[in-house]
Design a binder for this molecule. Structure first.
Ligand SMILES: [Cu+2]
Length: 111
């Protein structure tokens, strides 16, 4: 194997790793309380748990698109209803996923 071929092979091995690192910054990934912007639609409300079921879009490097439960504070819980399109900041807090800074979002066609 000549040097040029060796170099090309090395770059092929390194490139995917570099691309992955650029996509998911360590700071966003490591901290348990890191907040990630989220966009989604409330599919149902759970009054007994002060939580919303939210169908959210993909959060690149963190989570695929899915429907899941988020705890919210009382004021937020009262301000929204099933069917509302929202944006917010999600974070892991203990056993729960929590949604903060929840705001109405313009409805967007599903992908
Ligand atoms: Cu999720």
């Amino acid at each position: 194997m000549n040097f040029r071929a060796l170099l090309a092979t090395s770059l092929l091995l390194i490139a995917p790793v570099a691309a992955f690192s650029a996509e998911t910054k360590p700071a966003e990934k490591s901290a348990a309380s890191a907040r990630h912007p989220l966009r989604g639609v409330i599919t149902s409300v759970m009054a007994d748990q002060s939580a919303f079921m939210v169908k959210h879009e993909e959060i690149p490097g963190v989570m695929r698109a899915m429907t899941m439960m988020f705890k919210v504070d009382e004021a937020t819980f009262k301000a929204f209803k099933a069917g509302d399109a929202i944006t917010g900041l999600m974070s892991r807090q203990g056993r729960n996923w929590v949604l903060e800074n929840v705001k109405p979002a313009a409805a967007k066609p599903a992908k």
